[in-house]
Design a protein around this ligand. Structure first.
Ligand code: ATP
Ligand code: MG
Length: 445
Protein backbone atom coordinates (compact mmCIF):
# COMPACT_ATOMS: atom_id res chain seq x y z
CA UNK A 1 0.00 0.00 0.00
CA UNK A 2 1.13 3.52 -0.60
CA UNK A 3 1.62 6.14 2.06
CA UNK A 4 -0.02 8.93 0.10
CA UNK A 5 -3.00 10.16 2.11
CA UNK A 6 -6.19 9.60 0.14
CA UNK A 7 -7.16 13.24 0.54
CA UNK A 8 -4.01 14.35 -1.26
CA UNK A 9 -4.81 12.03 -4.15
CA UNK A 10 -8.30 13.45 -4.30
CA UNK A 11 -6.98 16.97 -4.27
CA UNK A 12 -4.51 16.33 -7.09
CA UNK A 13 -7.15 14.52 -9.15
CA UNK A 14 -9.74 17.21 -8.65
CA UNK A 15 -7.41 20.07 -9.44
CA UNK A 16 -6.43 18.29 -12.64
CA UNK A 17 -10.08 17.92 -13.58
CA UNK A 18 -10.70 21.55 -12.74
CA UNK A 19 -7.83 22.75 -14.90
CA UNK A 20 -8.94 20.56 -17.69
CA UNK A 21 -12.40 22.07 -17.45
CA UNK A 22 -11.54 25.75 -17.13
CA UNK A 23 -9.04 26.08 -19.91
CA UNK A 24 -8.32 25.23 -23.51
CA UNK A 25 -5.36 25.71 -25.79
CA UNK A 26 -6.73 26.86 -29.11
CA UNK A 27 -4.06 24.86 -30.94
CA UNK A 28 -5.77 21.75 -29.56
CA UNK A 29 -9.33 22.80 -30.32
CA UNK A 30 -10.50 20.68 -33.25
CA UNK A 31 -12.85 23.32 -34.63
CA UNK A 32 -11.78 26.04 -37.07
CA UNK A 33 -13.11 29.53 -37.56
CA UNK A 34 -14.37 30.47 -41.02
CA UNK A 35 -14.43 33.68 -42.97
CA UNK A 36 -17.67 32.84 -44.72
CA UNK A 37 -20.92 31.47 -43.42
CA UNK A 38 -22.77 28.82 -45.44
CA UNK A 39 -24.73 30.46 -48.27
CA UNK A 40 -28.07 29.05 -47.12
CA UNK A 41 -27.82 30.50 -43.60
CA UNK A 42 -29.58 33.84 -43.68
CA UNK A 43 -29.82 34.44 -39.93
CA UNK A 44 -27.09 36.24 -38.02
CA UNK A 45 -27.16 33.77 -35.14
CA UNK A 46 -26.36 30.77 -37.36
CA UNK A 47 -23.85 32.74 -39.43
CA UNK A 48 -21.76 33.81 -36.43
CA UNK A 49 -22.16 30.58 -34.49
CA UNK A 50 -21.08 28.49 -37.49
CA UNK A 51 -18.25 30.84 -38.49
CA UNK A 52 -16.92 30.74 -34.92
CA UNK A 53 -17.11 26.95 -34.80
CA UNK A 54 -19.66 26.99 -31.96
CA UNK A 55 -22.15 24.87 -33.87
CA UNK A 56 -22.31 22.92 -37.11
CA UNK A 57 -25.33 22.50 -39.30
CA UNK A 58 -26.22 18.88 -39.99
CA UNK A 59 -29.32 19.61 -42.08
CA UNK A 60 -32.06 22.22 -42.14
CA UNK A 61 -33.18 22.83 -38.56
CA UNK A 62 -30.66 20.40 -37.03
CA UNK A 63 -27.41 21.56 -35.46
CA UNK A 64 -24.56 19.92 -33.58
CA UNK A 65 -23.08 21.75 -30.61
CA UNK A 66 -19.27 21.87 -30.82
CA UNK A 67 -17.00 22.45 -27.79
CA UNK A 68 -17.43 26.24 -27.60
CA UNK A 69 -21.15 26.16 -28.32
CA UNK A 70 -21.70 23.34 -25.86
CA UNK A 71 -19.95 25.33 -23.13
CA UNK A 72 -22.29 28.30 -23.67
CA UNK A 73 -25.24 25.89 -23.68
CA UNK A 74 -24.03 24.35 -20.42
CA UNK A 75 -23.81 27.80 -18.82
CA UNK A 76 -27.40 28.52 -19.82
CA UNK A 77 -28.38 25.09 -18.56
CA UNK A 78 -26.78 25.71 -15.15
CA UNK A 79 -28.56 29.06 -14.76
CA UNK A 80 -31.93 27.49 -15.60
CA UNK A 81 -31.33 24.41 -13.44
CA UNK A 82 -30.51 26.56 -10.40
CA UNK A 83 -33.74 28.52 -10.81
CA UNK A 84 -35.83 25.38 -11.34
CA UNK A 85 -34.36 23.81 -8.22
CA UNK A 86 -35.12 27.03 -6.32
CA UNK A 87 -38.73 26.70 -7.53
CA UNK A 88 -38.78 23.29 -5.87
CA UNK A 89 -38.56 21.43 -9.19
CA UNK A 90 -37.35 17.83 -9.04
CA UNK A 91 -35.20 16.97 -12.04
CA UNK A 92 -36.08 13.94 -14.11
CA UNK A 93 -35.33 12.77 -17.64
CA UNK A 94 -38.13 11.47 -19.82
CA UNK A 95 -37.74 9.58 -23.10
CA UNK A 96 -37.90 11.05 -26.59
CA UNK A 97 -39.60 7.96 -27.97
CA UNK A 98 -43.32 8.14 -27.19
CA UNK A 99 -46.06 5.51 -27.52
CA UNK A 100 -48.86 6.41 -29.92
CA UNK A 101 -51.59 5.43 -27.45
CA UNK A 102 -50.63 8.25 -25.04
CA UNK A 103 -51.03 10.79 -27.82
CA UNK A 104 -54.34 9.24 -28.83
CA UNK A 105 -55.59 9.56 -25.27
CA UNK A 106 -55.24 13.34 -25.35
CA UNK A 107 -56.47 13.53 -28.94
CA UNK A 108 -53.20 15.06 -30.10
CA UNK A 109 -51.96 12.16 -32.30
CA UNK A 110 -54.05 13.54 -35.14
CA UNK A 111 -54.03 17.24 -34.31
CA UNK A 112 -50.51 18.19 -33.20
CA UNK A 113 -49.18 19.67 -36.46
CA UNK A 114 -45.50 19.28 -35.89
CA UNK A 115 -45.56 15.78 -34.35
CA UNK A 116 -42.97 13.48 -35.90
CA UNK A 117 -44.68 10.10 -36.27
CA UNK A 118 -43.15 6.89 -37.58
CA UNK A 119 -43.64 3.14 -37.80
CA UNK A 120 -41.28 0.47 -36.47
CA UNK A 121 -39.85 -1.51 -39.38
CA UNK A 122 -40.11 -4.76 -37.39
CA UNK A 123 -43.26 -4.58 -35.28
CA UNK A 124 -45.23 -2.05 -37.34
CA UNK A 125 -45.94 -0.31 -34.03
CA UNK A 126 -46.31 3.48 -34.33
CA UNK A 127 -44.31 5.97 -32.28
CA UNK A 128 -43.90 9.70 -31.92
CA UNK A 129 -40.75 11.69 -31.21
CA UNK A 130 -41.57 13.93 -28.25
CA UNK A 131 -42.22 17.60 -29.07
CA UNK A 132 -43.40 18.20 -25.45
CA UNK A 133 -44.06 15.82 -22.55
CA UNK A 134 -47.55 16.15 -21.07
CA UNK A 135 -48.40 12.77 -22.61
CA UNK A 136 -45.51 11.15 -20.72
CA UNK A 137 -45.39 13.05 -17.44
CA UNK A 138 -49.08 12.67 -16.57
CA UNK A 139 -49.23 8.83 -16.68
CA UNK A 140 -45.86 8.78 -14.95
CA UNK A 141 -47.20 10.82 -12.02
CA UNK A 142 -50.38 8.76 -11.97
CA UNK A 143 -48.39 5.61 -11.18
CA UNK A 144 -47.33 7.20 -7.86
CA UNK A 145 -50.88 6.99 -6.43
CA UNK A 146 -50.81 10.36 -4.75
CA UNK A 147 -53.06 11.80 -2.05
CA UNK A 148 -53.88 15.47 -1.35
CA UNK A 149 -51.00 15.62 1.12
CA UNK A 150 -48.50 15.11 -1.69
CA UNK A 151 -49.38 18.38 -3.45
CA UNK A 152 -48.02 20.68 -4.67
CA UNK A 153 -44.91 19.43 -6.41
CA UNK A 154 -43.14 20.01 -9.71
CA UNK A 155 -40.88 18.01 -11.97
CA UNK A 156 -38.68 19.25 -14.78
CA UNK A 157 -36.19 18.10 -17.35
CA UNK A 158 -33.70 19.57 -19.78
CA UNK A 159 -34.08 17.40 -22.82
CA UNK A 160 -34.10 17.18 -26.60
CA UNK A 161 -37.37 17.90 -28.38
CA UNK A 162 -38.39 17.07 -31.95
CA UNK A 163 -40.81 19.10 -34.03
CA UNK A 164 -41.62 18.76 -37.69
CA UNK A 165 -41.52 22.52 -38.27
CA UNK A 166 -42.77 23.55 -41.70
CA UNK A 167 -39.99 26.09 -42.13
CA UNK A 168 -36.66 26.12 -40.34
CA UNK A 169 -34.98 29.27 -41.55
CA UNK A 170 -34.02 31.25 -38.49
CA UNK A 171 -30.95 29.24 -37.52
CA UNK A 172 -31.07 28.09 -33.92
CA UNK A 173 -34.27 30.02 -33.29
CA UNK A 174 -36.42 27.39 -34.97
CA UNK A 175 -35.08 23.87 -35.19
CA UNK A 176 -36.57 20.47 -35.88
CA UNK A 177 -34.47 19.12 -33.02
CA UNK A 178 -33.66 21.39 -30.07
CA UNK A 179 -33.17 21.39 -26.33
CA UNK A 180 -35.87 22.59 -23.99
CA UNK A 181 -36.39 22.87 -20.27
CA UNK A 182 -39.92 21.79 -19.46
CA UNK A 183 -41.35 21.93 -15.97
CA UNK A 184 -44.75 20.56 -14.95
CA UNK A 185 -46.42 21.53 -11.68
CA UNK A 186 -49.17 19.56 -9.91
CA UNK A 187 -51.69 21.08 -7.53
CA UNK A 188 -54.77 20.22 -5.49
CA UNK A 189 -56.47 23.56 -6.19
CA UNK A 190 -56.64 26.40 -8.73
CA UNK A 191 -55.51 28.88 -6.07
CA UNK A 192 -52.36 26.88 -5.43
CA UNK A 193 -51.60 26.79 -9.16
CA UNK A 194 -52.10 30.58 -9.32
CA UNK A 195 -49.57 31.12 -6.53
CA UNK A 196 -47.02 28.83 -8.15
CA UNK A 197 -47.56 30.41 -11.56
CA UNK A 198 -46.63 33.84 -10.19
CA UNK A 199 -43.46 32.39 -8.61
CA UNK A 200 -42.54 30.75 -11.90
CA UNK A 201 -43.10 34.06 -13.71
CA UNK A 202 -40.67 35.78 -11.33
CA UNK A 203 -38.09 33.07 -11.74
CA UNK A 204 -38.37 33.30 -15.53
CA UNK A 205 -37.62 37.00 -15.31
CA UNK A 206 -34.52 36.18 -13.27
CA UNK A 207 -33.36 33.60 -15.79
CA UNK A 208 -33.63 35.96 -18.76
CA UNK A 209 -31.84 38.64 -16.79
CA UNK A 210 -29.06 36.22 -15.86
CA UNK A 211 -28.40 35.15 -19.45
CA UNK A 212 -28.10 38.77 -20.57
CA UNK A 213 -31.54 39.28 -22.13
CA UNK A 214 -33.36 41.04 -19.30
CA UNK A 215 -33.31 44.44 -21.02
CA UNK A 216 -35.06 43.14 -24.16
CA UNK A 217 -37.35 40.43 -22.79
CA UNK A 218 -41.02 41.08 -22.00
CA UNK A 219 -43.61 38.95 -20.22
CA UNK A 220 -46.30 38.84 -22.89
CA UNK A 221 -49.98 38.08 -22.50
CA UNK A 222 -50.97 35.23 -24.81
CA UNK A 223 -54.02 33.07 -25.25
CA UNK A 224 -54.77 30.72 -22.36
CA UNK A 225 -56.47 28.15 -24.57
CA UNK A 226 -59.87 26.86 -23.52
CA UNK A 227 -58.93 26.56 -19.83
CA UNK A 228 -57.49 29.91 -18.74
CA UNK A 229 -57.92 33.49 -19.77
CA UNK A 230 -54.25 34.12 -20.45
CA UNK A 231 -50.92 32.37 -20.61
CA UNK A 232 -47.62 34.21 -20.67
CA UNK A 233 -44.88 34.10 -23.22
CA UNK A 234 -41.49 35.61 -22.64
CA UNK A 235 -40.65 37.48 -25.81
CA UNK A 236 -37.21 38.86 -26.64
CA UNK A 237 -37.00 41.81 -29.01
CA UNK A 238 -35.03 41.05 -32.16
CA UNK A 239 -35.58 41.62 -35.86
CA UNK A 240 -34.85 37.91 -36.32
CA UNK A 241 -37.99 37.00 -34.38
CA UNK A 242 -41.04 35.65 -36.20
CA UNK A 243 -43.57 37.04 -33.74
CA UNK A 244 -45.08 40.49 -33.39
CA UNK A 245 -45.75 41.75 -29.91
CA UNK A 246 -47.30 44.95 -28.62
CA UNK A 247 -45.47 46.59 -25.75
CA UNK A 248 -47.18 48.82 -23.21
CA UNK A 249 -45.57 52.24 -22.93
CA UNK A 250 -46.50 52.48 -19.21
CA UNK A 251 -45.46 49.11 -17.76
CA UNK A 252 -43.01 46.38 -18.74
CA UNK A 253 -45.44 43.95 -20.30
CA UNK A 254 -46.58 43.14 -23.81
CA UNK A 255 -49.47 41.46 -25.61
CA UNK A 256 -49.11 39.03 -28.48
CA UNK A 257 -50.84 39.12 -31.83
CA UNK A 258 -53.46 36.45 -30.98
CA UNK A 259 -55.03 38.54 -28.28
CA UNK A 260 -54.39 42.09 -29.42
CA UNK A 261 -57.97 42.25 -30.75
CA UNK A 262 -59.42 41.28 -27.31
CA UNK A 263 -57.48 43.98 -25.52
CA UNK A 264 -58.85 46.85 -27.65
CA UNK A 265 -55.33 48.24 -27.98
CA UNK A 266 -54.86 49.03 -24.31
CA UNK A 267 -52.63 47.23 -21.84
CA UNK A 268 -54.37 44.32 -20.03
CA UNK A 269 -52.06 44.81 -17.04
CA UNK A 270 -52.24 48.52 -16.18
CA UNK A 271 -55.28 49.27 -18.33
CA UNK A 272 -54.16 52.68 -19.58
CA UNK A 273 -50.90 52.26 -21.46
CA UNK A 274 -50.96 52.34 -25.23
CA UNK A 275 -49.24 49.63 -27.24
CA UNK A 276 -46.45 49.73 -29.86
CA UNK A 277 -45.58 46.89 -32.22
CA UNK A 278 -42.15 45.15 -32.20
CA UNK A 279 -40.57 42.01 -33.69
CA UNK A 280 -39.72 39.35 -31.11
CA UNK A 281 -38.92 35.70 -30.51
CA UNK A 282 -40.62 33.57 -27.86
CA UNK A 283 -37.90 32.27 -25.55
CA UNK A 284 -40.18 30.87 -22.88
CA UNK A 285 -43.77 30.19 -22.09
CA UNK A 286 -45.83 29.47 -18.96
CA UNK A 287 -49.29 28.02 -19.10
CA UNK A 288 -52.08 27.06 -16.69
CA UNK A 289 -53.14 23.69 -18.05
CA UNK A 290 -55.62 23.12 -15.21
CA UNK A 291 -57.18 19.69 -15.92
CA UNK A 292 -56.56 19.62 -19.68
CA UNK A 293 -54.17 16.64 -19.48
CA UNK A 294 -55.02 15.18 -16.07
CA UNK A 295 -58.64 14.56 -17.14
CA UNK A 296 -57.98 12.39 -20.24
CA UNK A 297 -55.55 10.20 -18.30
CA UNK A 298 -57.73 10.15 -15.18
CA UNK A 299 -54.98 11.62 -13.01
CA UNK A 300 -57.04 12.10 -9.83
CA UNK A 301 -56.52 12.36 -6.10
CA UNK A 302 -58.66 12.08 -2.96
CA UNK A 303 -59.10 15.34 -1.05
CA UNK A 304 -59.51 15.70 2.75
CA UNK A 305 -63.11 14.63 2.54
CA UNK A 306 -62.26 11.57 0.48
CA UNK A 307 -63.75 13.13 -2.64
CA UNK A 308 -62.03 12.33 -5.97
CA UNK A 309 -60.80 15.28 -8.04
CA UNK A 310 -58.74 15.89 -11.14
CA UNK A 311 -55.20 17.11 -10.48
CA UNK A 312 -54.58 20.75 -11.47
CA UNK A 313 -51.49 21.36 -13.63
CA UNK A 314 -49.25 24.05 -15.03
CA UNK A 315 -46.47 23.76 -17.62
CA UNK A 316 -43.46 25.99 -18.10
CA UNK A 317 -41.06 25.83 -21.07
CA UNK A 318 -37.81 27.50 -22.06
CA UNK A 319 -35.99 26.74 -25.32
CA UNK A 320 -32.28 26.47 -24.58
CA UNK A 321 -31.17 26.09 -28.19
CA UNK A 322 -33.36 29.05 -29.08
CA UNK A 323 -31.92 31.03 -26.15
CA UNK A 324 -28.40 30.38 -27.43
CA UNK A 325 -29.45 31.69 -30.85
CA UNK A 326 -31.28 34.64 -29.33
CA UNK A 327 -28.26 35.65 -27.26
CA UNK A 328 -26.22 35.61 -30.50
CA UNK A 329 -28.86 37.77 -32.22
CA UNK A 330 -28.96 40.32 -29.42
CA UNK A 331 -25.25 40.35 -28.56
CA UNK A 332 -23.12 40.79 -31.68
CA UNK A 333 -21.58 43.53 -33.80
CA UNK A 334 -20.37 43.37 -37.39
CA UNK A 335 -17.16 41.56 -36.36
CA UNK A 336 -18.72 38.79 -34.35
CA UNK A 337 -20.28 37.76 -31.07
CA UNK A 338 -20.15 39.75 -27.84
CA UNK A 339 -20.98 37.15 -25.19
CA UNK A 340 -22.52 38.27 -21.89
CA UNK A 341 -20.14 37.18 -19.13
CA UNK A 342 -22.65 34.80 -17.59
CA UNK A 343 -22.87 32.54 -20.64
CA UNK A 344 -19.55 33.10 -22.43
CA UNK A 345 -17.82 29.79 -23.26
CA UNK A 346 -14.67 31.22 -21.68
CA UNK A 347 -14.30 34.37 -19.63
CA UNK A 348 -10.98 35.36 -21.14
CA UNK A 349 -9.26 34.93 -24.47
CA UNK A 350 -5.51 34.99 -23.98
CA UNK A 351 -3.71 35.75 -27.23
CA UNK A 352 -0.06 35.28 -27.91
CA UNK A 353 1.15 37.40 -30.82
CA UNK A 354 4.34 36.44 -32.66
CA UNK A 355 6.57 33.45 -32.00
CA UNK A 356 9.28 35.21 -30.00
CA UNK A 357 10.50 32.76 -27.34
CA UNK A 358 10.23 35.29 -24.50
CA UNK A 359 6.69 36.16 -25.50
CA UNK A 360 5.73 32.49 -25.64
CA UNK A 361 7.23 31.87 -22.22
CA UNK A 362 5.47 34.82 -20.63
CA UNK A 363 2.15 33.93 -22.30
CA UNK A 364 2.49 30.41 -20.89
CA UNK A 365 3.07 31.91 -17.43
CA UNK A 366 0.00 34.11 -17.70
CA UNK A 367 -1.99 31.06 -18.83
CA UNK A 368 -0.82 29.16 -15.77
CA UNK A 369 -1.88 32.05 -13.54
CA UNK A 370 -5.37 31.85 -15.03
CA UNK A 371 -5.50 28.14 -14.28
CA UNK A 372 -4.37 28.62 -10.72
CA UNK A 373 -6.97 31.31 -10.14
CA UNK A 374 -9.60 29.11 -11.76
CA UNK A 375 -10.48 31.66 -14.42
CA UNK A 376 -11.90 30.12 -17.56
CA UNK A 377 -9.56 30.90 -20.42
CA UNK A 378 -9.15 30.09 -24.08
CA UNK A 379 -5.46 30.38 -24.94
CA UNK A 380 -4.64 31.25 -28.53
CA UNK A 381 -1.23 29.59 -28.77
CA UNK A 382 -1.59 28.90 -32.52
CA UNK A 383 0.95 29.72 -35.19
CA UNK A 384 -1.06 32.36 -37.00
CA UNK A 385 -0.78 36.01 -37.98
CA UNK A 386 -1.69 38.79 -35.56
CA UNK A 387 -4.46 39.92 -37.91
CA UNK A 388 -5.98 36.48 -38.01
CA UNK A 389 -5.81 36.01 -34.25
CA UNK A 390 -7.36 39.37 -33.42
CA UNK A 391 -10.11 38.89 -35.99
CA UNK A 392 -10.86 35.48 -34.46
CA UNK A 393 -10.98 37.00 -30.99
CA UNK A 394 -13.63 39.45 -32.22
CA UNK A 395 -15.56 36.67 -33.95
CA UNK A 396 -15.48 34.37 -30.90
CA UNK A 397 -16.43 37.24 -28.60
CA UNK A 398 -15.08 36.22 -25.20
CA UNK A 399 -15.66 39.06 -22.68
CA UNK A 400 -11.97 39.78 -21.90
CA UNK A 401 -9.25 39.85 -24.55
CA UNK A 402 -5.72 39.60 -23.16
CA UNK A 403 -2.85 40.13 -25.59
CA UNK A 404 0.76 39.22 -24.93
CA UNK A 405 3.26 40.42 -27.54
CA UNK A 406 6.83 41.67 -27.87
CA UNK A 407 5.35 45.14 -27.62
CA UNK A 408 3.47 44.54 -24.37
CA UNK A 409 6.58 42.92 -22.86
CA UNK A 410 8.60 46.12 -23.17
CA UNK A 411 6.07 48.84 -23.11
CA UNK A 412 7.25 52.28 -22.11
CA UNK A 413 4.83 54.04 -19.87
CA UNK A 414 5.18 57.44 -18.25
CA UNK A 415 8.80 57.56 -19.35
CA UNK A 416 9.71 54.30 -17.53
CA UNK A 417 10.56 51.13 -19.26
CA UNK A 418 8.12 48.74 -17.70
CA UNK A 419 8.40 45.06 -18.30
CA UNK A 420 6.06 42.14 -18.56
CA UNK A 421 2.81 43.86 -19.26
CA UNK A 422 -0.22 42.46 -20.97
CA UNK A 423 -2.88 44.33 -22.88
CA UNK A 424 -6.48 44.01 -21.70
CA UNK A 425 -9.51 44.93 -23.75
CA UNK A 426 -13.16 44.18 -23.12
CA UNK A 427 -15.06 42.83 -26.12
CA UNK A 428 -17.48 45.51 -27.20
CA UNK A 429 -15.34 48.31 -25.77
CA UNK A 430 -12.54 50.17 -27.55
CA UNK A 431 -10.51 51.05 -24.49
CA UNK A 432 -7.20 49.16 -24.11
CA UNK A 433 -5.19 49.06 -20.87
CA UNK A 434 -1.70 47.80 -20.06
CA UNK A 435 -1.38 45.81 -16.87
CA UNK A 436 0.99 43.46 -15.14
CA UNK A 437 -0.18 39.92 -14.48
CA UNK A 438 -1.27 40.65 -10.93
CA UNK A 439 -3.42 43.64 -11.88
CA UNK A 440 -4.83 41.66 -14.76
CA UNK A 441 -6.05 38.82 -12.58
CA UNK A 442 -7.60 41.28 -10.17
CA UNK A 443 -9.50 42.95 -13.02
CA UNK A 444 -10.76 39.74 -14.55
CA UNK A 445 -11.66 37.53 -11.57
P1 ATP B 1 -43.33 28.93 -31.49
O1 ATP B 1 -44.63 29.68 -31.45
O2 ATP B 1 -42.14 29.82 -31.64
O3 ATP B 1 -43.34 27.79 -32.45
P2 ATP B 1 -44.27 27.29 -29.38
O4 ATP B 1 -45.43 28.07 -28.89
O5 ATP B 1 -44.50 26.16 -30.30
O6 ATP B 1 -43.19 28.29 -30.04
P3 ATP B 1 -43.82 25.91 -26.87
O7 ATP B 1 -44.57 24.74 -27.35
O8 ATP B 1 -44.42 26.74 -25.81
O9 ATP B 1 -43.39 26.82 -28.13
O10 ATP B 1 -42.35 25.44 -26.43
C1 ATP B 1 -41.66 25.98 -25.33
C2 ATP B 1 -40.41 26.71 -25.76
O11 ATP B 1 -39.61 25.91 -26.63
C3 ATP B 1 -40.67 27.96 -26.57
O12 ATP B 1 -40.93 29.03 -25.72
C4 ATP B 1 -39.38 28.13 -27.34
O13 ATP B 1 -38.42 28.79 -26.52
C5 ATP B 1 -38.92 26.72 -27.58
N1 ATP B 1 -39.23 26.25 -28.94
C6 ATP B 1 -40.43 25.94 -29.47
N2 ATP B 1 -40.33 25.53 -30.73
C7 ATP B 1 -39.00 25.57 -31.03
C8 ATP B 1 -38.22 25.25 -32.20
N3 ATP B 1 -38.81 24.78 -33.31
N4 ATP B 1 -36.89 25.41 -32.14
C9 ATP B 1 -36.28 25.87 -31.02
N5 ATP B 1 -36.96 26.18 -29.90
C10 ATP B 1 -38.29 26.03 -29.90
MG1 MG C 1 -44.22 25.99 -32.35
Amino acid sequence: MTDIPPLAVLFVASSFLRWYHVSMRQSELFTRTRREAPKDETSKNAQFLIRGGFVEKVMAGVYALLPLGLRAHQKIEAIIRDEMNALGGQEILMPSLHPKENWEKTGRWGTYDSLFRFVSYYSKIEYALGPTHEEIVVPLVQKQNLSYKDFPFAVYQIQTKFRDEKRAKSGLLRGREFSMKDLYSFHASDEDLDTYYEKAKASYRKIFQSVGLGHVTYPTFASGGSFSKYSHEFQTLTMAGEDSIYICDKCDVAVNKEIIADTKNSCPDCGNGSLREEKAVEVGNIFKLKTKYSAPFGLRFKDEKGEEKNVIMGCYGIGLTRLLGTIAEVHHDDKGLVWPESVAPYRAHLIRLGDDEKVAKFADEVYKEFLEKNIEVLYDDREASAGEKLADADLLGMPYRVVVSAKTLRQAQGGHLEKKKVELKKRGEENVVLLDAKELLKQIS
